[in-house]
Structures are given as structure tokens and as C-alpha cells.
Design a protein around this ligand. Structure first.
Ligand SMILES: *[C@@H]1O[C@H](CO)[C@@H](O)[C@H](O)[C@H]1NC(C)=O
Ligand SMILES: *[C@@H]1O[C@H](CO)[C@@H](O)[C@H](O)[C@H]1NC(C)=O
Ligand SMILES: *[C@@H]1O[C@H](CO)[C@@H](O)[C@H](O)[C@H]1NC(C)=O
Length: 398
């Protein structure tokens, strides 16, 4: 298995626990405390002045704020002011509107170095209609991360509104559902759902890489290899290519101009992987997304064209122009092949994981890579048993 991994990814498997990798230059907290104290005292002083000078005028002249102020942090503020910025929300569920959520998710620090020890997490974001039939396989994959407590990953599930999943408290999926809206294939509501998932995952400041998955996706390697591959990549894995034919530029809609002209129109698979900085750009995008939402209607599909196009314009050097999710288009038609129980055997899994022509030609951090895909789709629910049986030997987990 390891022979195929790029060197960086293999390093972790060879015994380097990624959780012990210290951010290169974390500012000692000791230095930070006096600064925070000054900031807190200064703010308090200004607030007192504002109350004395403008207090009464404020309450009578200004309209009441339209929404209630957010509640104080659960711990009542805590002893450690930094906690407010560094801690994950207690639950994936909340009652923010989409506008509130996207706004909250769009915050980002301007100082690039984290002044505390931050272990980057991978957010696994499942976009599904309902059940996750392959969840038992994912549980075994996540078990390889040392459990949720090790803090190397987080899980988010966007299902059809009203769907109530039934996971045991020990499950990685337990209470990881986010507030959702109906998402229809081929409609802009599909990318709305993807953005909503991203925004929810951004609320956890520890999340650094964000993978979009469906209920038919499976991991092809053990957690440490996947974690390492993603967190050490300098690029985000977003498929983007220029297809001059009817299925590509032919789907361009004039309404997208002038922000996007036909030559800039790109295509790529829906199943993206993004680093945090680009994820913030996506939830905060008020330039391209509103145009796609309004004008990219069939035969234009926002979930296939928006992200490849917007990121090829905004950050072309930061995307790998490829997905890390394998899918089989070789059977032709409008949809990729779905694999059933009978398809999933040793040969099939070896084909997906062995270095070679099925991996395609890809690069990783600028070097030719042996492993191009970390996940595969579309696997039918019936593949669960053969996958559970073969994963320990062929996929390196379970
Ligand atoms: C929103 O969530 C808070 C905290 O979970 C809860 O106290 C409040 O009642 C909720 N409000 C609504 C309108 O559901
Ligand atoms: C992806 O394509 C862009 C052009 O849109 C290019 O600038 C960039 O270097 C490509 N990325 C890789 C990893 O080849
Ligand atoms: C893969 O890349 C090599 C070297 O860049 C090239 O010679 C070869 O034709 C490529 N193969 C495919 C299938 O694209």
C-alpha cells in the first residue's frame, strides 16, 4: 500500500504522528497575555466612555437591533479569552439562518500564525439525501484516527430536512447533522447545500481541509495516509478543465458576463476538497456565486461549473485542477458507473489503489505522484459487506 503513496503521505504511516507536528512558530502564550490584557482594558474603557457620553441617546434614538445578540459563550466567557476563537462549537446543530451562518463562517484572522498550538483537522462533509449505508466502513476508517478525541477530524452531514439519522453515541456521525434545506440535483440549491456544509465546517477553527463526500463514497486508504496527503498538500483538489465542446463551454450562459466570459468557463466534478483559506473565499463570494445562482440553469449546472470557474479565476495556482475522488465514466452516458456487490472484489480494489494507469497522471506538490485518488464513488449499499471484509487487507483499515 505504502509504495504508492507520495513521500510526504508515507511519512506519517511510518510512525510520525501528525498530531505531534507542532506549528513551526507558535507564539508563546506568555507573550500574548499582556497584549490581551491591554486590549481588554482598552475596550472596557472605551465602552464606559461610550455609555457615559452616548448611552441615553443610543437607547432612544436608534432602533432596536433587529436580531437578538448572540448568547455569551457557553463557559460564560472562560478564563482564557483566546478560547472564544480557538474552540469548536459544542454541537453541529444550531438555529442560525443561512445569512447568519455564512457571515459567521466568513471570519478569518489577518495574522497568519496561530498563537496557540493548533492541530489542523480534516472536515469530512457528507452531502446525502438520507441514510449513509456505508457508515460502518467509515467508522472503521475514523477509528484509525485515534477517535474523535484525538482532534484530527470532524464530520458534518447535510441530509434532507426532517431526516433523522440514528447513530449510536459512540459513532463519528452521532449528532453531526447540520441544519439543511432541500437540495435538488442539477439545481443551484445543490451548490447552496455544499456552501452550507462548508460554512458549518468553517465554524470550527481547527478545520483546515474540507472534503465533500456523498453516501456512495468510500475511503481508499487508512486515515493517517489520507490525513497526511490532504494536510500536507499545497493545493486544493478541485477538478477544473476547459472543455470546448457542448458539454463544457457550450453550457455557458450569457448572463454570467461580464464577471465570467466564455473563455473563463470551466468544468469539474462536484466532489471537491478545499483548504481553509479557499473555503472562506467560497462562502464569502459575493461576486461570482450570485451570478451563477441566477444564470447557471440547465444545461448549465452550478455544482459542476461554479467552483472550477470561480477558483480558476480567483486562485488558479492554488488548485490542483483534479479531484481526489475516483469515479468511472468509462461506461458513457450522463452518469458515472455505480458499483454493486458483485463488482467489489480484490481485483477491483487493487485496481483503485495500485499505482498505475488507473490512477491517471497527476502531480502532488509539483511532483509526479503515484497516488491520485483518496476516495472512490459510486458504491451501492450492497458493497458494504465485501468492503468491510476486504478493507483490512487491501485498504489498510478496519
Ligand atoms: C436557538 O438556539 C438556542 C441555543 O441552542 C436556544 O436557546 C433557542 O431557544 C433557539 N431559538 C430558536 C428560535 O429555536
Ligand atoms: C491549474 O490550472 C491553472 C490554470 O487555470 C494553472 O495556473 C495551475 O498551475 C494548474 N495547477 C496545477 C497543479 O497544474
Ligand atoms: C502521463 O505523463 C507522461 C509524462 O508527462 C506522458 O508521457 C504520458 O503520455 C501521460 N499519460 C497519459 C495517459 O496521459
Amino acid at each position: 500500500m505504502l509504495i504508492g503513496m507520495p513521500q510526504a503521505a508515507a511519512a506519517v504511516v511510518h510512525g510520525k504522528d501528525p498530531s505531534t507536528v507542532r506549528p513551526a512558530a507558535a507564539l508563546p502564550l506568555k507573550l500574548l497575555r499582556p497584549l490581551l490584557l491591554v486590549a481588554v482594558l482598552g475596550t472596557g474603557f472605551l465602552a464606559a466612555v461610550a455609555l457615559l457620553v452616548g448611552g441615553p441617546a443610543y437607547s432612544s434614538a436608534l432602533p432596536r437591533p433587529p436580531v437578538a445578540l448572540p448568547p455569551a459563550p457557553p463557559s460564560g466567557g472562560g478564563k482564557q479569552p483566546l478560547e472564544r476563537w480557538a474552540r469548536a462549537p459544542a454541537s453541529a446543530w444550531h438555529n442560525m439562518t443561512d445569512d447568519e451562518l455564512l457571515w459567521a463562517a466568513s471570519w478569518r484572522p489577518s495574522v497568519r500564525r496561530y498563537p496557540y498550538r493548533r492541530t489542523p483537522k480534516v472536515a469530512f462533509m457528507f452531502l446525502t439525501r438520507g441514510p449513509l449505508p456505508l457508515a460502518p466502513l467509515w467508522e472503521r476508517f475514523f477509528a484509525g484516527a485515534g477517535g474523535g478525541d484525538a482532534g484530527l477530524f470532524s464530520v458534518y452531514v447535510h441530509a434532507t430536512p426532517g431526516y433523522r439519522p440514528d447513530f449510536a453515541p459512540a459513532s463519528a456521525f452521532y449528532r453531526r447533522q447540520v441544519p439543511s434545506q432541500v437540495a435538488e440535483w442539477g439545481e443551484p440549491s445543490m451548490f447552496d447545500a455544499e456552501r452550507r456544509l462548508l460554512a458549518n465546517a468553517l465554524l470550527d477553527p481547527g478545520n483546515e481541509r474540507f472534503v465533500l463526500l456523498s453516501e456512495s463514497c468510500v475511503p481508499l486508504y487508512g486515515f493517517p495516509a489520507v490525513y497526511s496527503y490532504l494536510t500536507r498538500s499545497r493545493e486544493s483538489f478541485v477538478g477544473a478543465f476547459d472543455d470546448p465542446g457542448p458539454g463544457g463551454r457550450g453550457r455557458y450562459q450569457g448572463g454570467l458576463a461580464p464577471e465570467v466570459v466564455r473563455e473563463q468557463f470551466r468544468k469539474g466534478a462536484q466532489w471537491f476538497e478545499l483548504e481553509r483559506a479557499l473555503a472562506v473565499d467560497v462562502v464569502a463570494d459575493g461576486r461570482y456565486y450570485p451570478k451563477f445562482r441566477e444564470h447557471c440553469r440547465p444545461p448549465c449546472y452550478a455544482d459542476e461549473h461554479y467552483l472550477p470557474t470561480a477558483l480558476s479565476i480567483l486562485a488558479p495556482a492554488r488548485i490542483a485542477n483534479r479531484s481526489v475522488t475516483w469515479v468511472d465514466w468509462s461506461r458513457g452516458g450522463a452518469h458515472p458507473a455505480t458499483f454493486g456487490e458483485a463488482d467489489v472484489g480484490e481485483a477491483f480494489l487493487r485496481r483503485l489503489t495500485a499505482p498505475g494507469k488507473d490512477q491517471g497522471n497527476c502531480t502532488y506538490n509539483g511532483q509526479p505522484a503515484q497516488v491520485c485518488f483518496l476516495f472512490a464513488r459510486k458504491l451501492a449499499p450492497g458493497t458494504l459487506q465485501p468492503l468491510l471484509r476486504l478493507a483490512p487487507k487491501l485498504l489498510g483499515y478496519g
